[in-house]
Write a protein that binds this ligand. Structure first.
Ligand code: ZN
Length: 426
């Protein structure tokens, strides 16, 4: 076999020794027809200079292999300064990527992504807090690989999906104390006090906030000076778009305080992405004026071989299409999946919003297969066998993967309210 290139003979030996590169080539061939076109536009109006965004359209799952490419879009809305937003823009993607084991095929990679997003968000928060800066930021981070869209978010920037037929749905939840009852309960249970700002005379004003700190978000990155129950653990949702495609709109609350999800989608329907982003910002300014930093990214995911891209064109909506979201059980056959995508149903692959790290990083077969006893599941730091702590509480098997380093374990306890308040863990 010496000196022979990657020929048919070699490619046939699939199960044994085929190189990763040749597997990727095969994969690429199979998916060529299925790869969508991704078009995007971005618009922003600044008031405080604390909104930032990230657009990377040529990331590679396997470095050096263009067929393994994927795109990343993110909106970061900072508060109490811009340092956390800038740090997150510049580091979150790397922290997520470093939490994905090497050598996975595309299916496995997509499956590992939700977990890696959780680790990446927590690591970014931890690393930023080490700098001793007090600012914080929302983060709405979107990965598009083929027709699969994975969204991770903390705070109140939002990502919505406008699918063919004009059905608008949220791919994130707002982590605002005022509007999120579940989060209010969690914060209170782990030692935070939730209330409004009191002004002289005793009357209360403004939205519900968490004390100490007075933040109205229940999750964020940074925010070293607020309670540790303001956590960086993101809500994550993964969907597969139908071949008809769809439009994603990611924006900071400068948009969402002025427009509902439907209003934003309706205001730009039929426009190409670049114009659409500008239109959404214009519409928000028209409704409310420039009260806050206002940032919007519009992304159209459409079939690549269509001569005329039709980004979520208005259609006479068939009422029956409102069964758009269809939950799939984990073991449902792939054939069914294909059929659903073809008839225009957005297929939900993954959704999890818990703030508990053990629920987010543990009990995952793929993770168990690939996790390393000597690497921290959050920050990937090397850990000594003596130091490693299972992410599960001590009453379950203490040697059960995944493991955390001492630092990350302390952070996990703090986020769950298991440390006396006032003790900061960096
Ligand atoms: Zn760690």
């Amino acid at each position: 076999m010496a000196g022979r290139g990657v020929g048919d003979g070699e490619r046939r030996c699939h199960h044994g020794t085929a190189s990763l590169a040749s597997l990727i080539d095969e994969e690429a061939k199979m998916e060529k027809m299925e790869r969508p076109r991704v078009r995007y536009g971005c618009a922003a109006q600044s008031k405080k200079g604390e909104d930032y965004f990230l657009i990377r359209t040529n990331c590679q799952r396997v470095p050096g292999s263009p067929s393994s490419s994927f795109s990343v879009f993110a909106v970061l809305d900072g508060h109490n300064g811009n340092a956390a937003a800038i740090y997150t823009r510049d580091n979150l993607l790397n922290h997520v990527m470093s939490a994905i084991p090497e050598g996975l095929d595309r299916e496995e990679w997509l499956q590992a992504l939700p977990r890696a997003l959780v680790a990446g968000f927590v690591k970014t928060d931890k690393e930023f807090q080490r700098k001793g800066q007090t600012s914080g930021t929302t983060a709405t981070f979107v990965v598009i690989d083929g027709w699969t869209v994975t969204v991770a978010s903390v705070g109140d920037s939002r990502c919505i999906l406008d699918a063919q037929g004009g059905l608008v749905s949220a791919l994130t939840v707002d982590h605002r104390l005022e509007e999120n009852d579940e989060e209010r309960k969690r914060v209170t249970a782990s030692g935070g006090e939730v209330g409004r700002l009191s002004i002289a005379g005793g009357s209360e004003i403004g939205p519900l906030r968490c004390w100490p700190g007075g933040l109205c978000l229940s999750r964020s990155i940074g925010d070293m000076d607020v309670g540790e129950f303001i956590v960086p653990v993101p809500y994550v949702k993964q969907v597969k778009l139908p071949n008809a495609g769809g439009r994603l709109i990611i924006a900071s609350d400068g948009i969402w305080d002025a427009l509902t999800s439907e209003m934003a989608a309706n205001s730009c329907r039929g426009l190409p992405a670049e114009l659409a982003a500008r239109q959404v910002v214009q519409e928000a300014l028209r409704m409310r004026g420039l009260k806050d930093d206002t940032t919007c990214i519009v992304i159209d995911v459409t079939q690549a071989d269509r001569s005329e891209p039709s980004p979520a064109m208005p259609k006479k909506t068939n009422k029956l299409k409102s069964l758009i979201f269809r939950k799939m059980s984990k073991d449902s056959p792939k054939k069914l999946t294909k059929k659903l995508s073809a008839v225009g149903i957005v297929e939900e692959l993954f959704e999890e919003g818990s703030a508990m790290l053990a629920e987010r990083l543990g009990k995952d077969l793929l993770a168990a297969k690939t996790s390393n006893m000597f690497t921290c599941a959050v920050c990937q730091a090397d850990i000594t066998p003596r130091e490693n702590v299972s992410i599960f509480s001590t009453k379950s098997l203490p040697w059960e993967a995944p493991f955390l380093c001492t630092d990350c374990c302390n952070k996990k306890d703090a986020m769950e309210g298991k440390r006396p308040s006032g003790v900061k863990v960096l």
